[in-house]
Design a protein around this ligand. Structure first.
Ligand code: FAD
Length: 385
């Protein structure tokens, strides 16, 4: 029987796993593997940080999902893949055989963020499982009125800054904290419309969150965050906590093993895939979500796109099971065609949100209610699955 290994319990496999099980029945042995049993749903993560949702309300139980759909479940952290032998290798040295492998292991932050001897705590936003642990740990030892920075001027950085700002009014360890945002760009939400950027900037201004534009994160030293404004011009700011949300970088271990074995990668280090989400170098390997680099079309790295890859991924894998793993002909249904525009709803963590659709953007309570309804509806779907 064909062995399909779904490596990583990311947003795409949440959708593809159950669909595949329905499509293939007992025709294949399907395993879902992840390094953590719970997946924090990205759309609700900033709301969780702000204390608006309990962790359980925005975490998907992958073991339960697998069991409910007749998938094998394995909790293991992959550290390597032997593509020639068709084995995925976990941190205990166990080799997991596969005939077809789908990689949905998400992203990590750039390496080298932490500096020995610095008292500044740096917390990469991804992977979420590690962030959750590190955040809880930080709250237990946070100094009074901590000086907090968020590095990253995209949607994630903006939402994290709003979440931290909302905690300042609480009675917990973040009471009285200062929050600043640092971005290497000349404005916020660089890929979005000017109107969205303006809404985001005025939001932070109103919340008393200073924005350091055109400032590149260099590192931390002693009790300071080091930034560079122009080549060679460095400056430092006193800091206790730095949250890093500078974009999705495919994990180092995956880049290293792909490099070593000549598996083609995109310029950003993701596994290079065609529109059928299949590796150009190894037809038995699929990659989706943040760890994939689509070479035939532009696909932003976001939860929305990762989720939408679920349906075509299940169709592509089912076709490979039916036609043999080396089949090269893939039907259009098994290709991912990204929508030109996707609705984005950014949580301002104060009962309002910014809605953006192409050049249009607006903000208010209605946008937040809309976002909350979509997110809770999504999670409710997993309760019943
Ligand atoms: C603060 C923040 C807010 C965001 N908000 C939004 C939003 O509102 N909307 C949106 O569309 N996008 C949002 N994003 C982006 C979104 O989080 C990602 O694009 C999305 O999570 C991509 O998911 P994925 O499917 O690639 O992997 P993930 O959902 O990150 O899942 C990775 C999975 O792989 C597993 N894994 C990781 N490493 C290993 C390993 N070595 N071995 C085995 N398993 C492993 C993990 O346990 C997990 O199950 C946000 C990002 C951030 C940082």
């Amino acid at each position: 029987m064909m062995r399909v290994l779904l490596a990583g319990g990311g947003h795409t496999h949440l959708i593809a796993g159950p669909l595949l099980s329905r499509r293939l029945g007992t025709a294949a042995d399907i395993t879902l593997m992840a390094s953590s049993e719970k997946l924090l749903y990205s759309g609700m993560m900033p709301g969780w940080l702000a204390g608006h949702y309990d962790f359980e309300a925005c975490a998907i139980d992958l073991r339960r999902l697998a069991q409910a759909h007749g998938l094998q479940w394995k909790m293991a952290t992959l550290v390597d893949i032997d593509f020639a032998a068709r084995q995925a290798i976990d941190s205990q040295g166990v080799r997991h055989d596969y005939d077809l492998l789908s990689l949905n292991v998400g992203s990590a932050s750039p390496p080298g963020l932490r500096a020995a001897g610095s008292s500044v705590v740096t917390l990469p936003a991804k992977p979420f499982a590690e962030f959750v642990e590190a955040w809880r740990d930080w709250l237990e030892r946070a100094p009074p009125r901590p000086r907090c920075f968020v590095v990253g001027g995209g949607a994630a950085g903006f939402e994290l800054a709003c979440a931290l700002a909302s905690l300042r009014a609480s009675e917990g360890p973040m009471a009285g904290a200062s929050v600043d945002l640092v971005t290497s760009d000349a404005r916020l939400l660089a890929g979005q419309s000017r109107l969205s950027a303006w809404l985001a900037e005025t939001t932070l201004h109103r919340k008393g969150v200073p924005i350091h534009y055109s400032s590149r994160y260099v590192g931390v030293a002693g009790n300071q965050l080091r930034l560079m404004r122009h080549p060679g011009v460095e400056f430092s700011l006193d800091a206790d906590l730095v949250l890093i949300a500078t974009g999705a970088h495919p994990p180092d271990w995956l880049r290293a093993c792909a490099n070593r074995q000549g598996i083609r990668q995109g310029a950003d280090g993701g596994i290079a895939v065609d529109a059928g989400m299949r590796s150009f170098s190894d037809h038995r390997v699929f990659a989706v979500g943040d760890c994939a680099s689509f070479l035939e079309q532009s696909v932003p790295r976001s939860g929305v796109h990762a989720l939408r890859q679920g349906e075509p991924l299940s169709a592509a894998i089912a076709q490979c099971v039916a036609r043999g793993p080396d089949a090269t002909r893939i039907d259009p249904l098994a290709r991912y065609t990204p929508q030109r525009r996707a609705l984005a709803l950014l949580n301002r963590c104060d009962g309002t949100a910014i809605a953006q659709w192409g050049p249009l953007a607006w903000a208010g309570r209605a946008a937040w209610r809309w976002k909350d309804r979509i997110d809770r509806g999504f999670m409710a779907g997993f309760d019943q699955r």
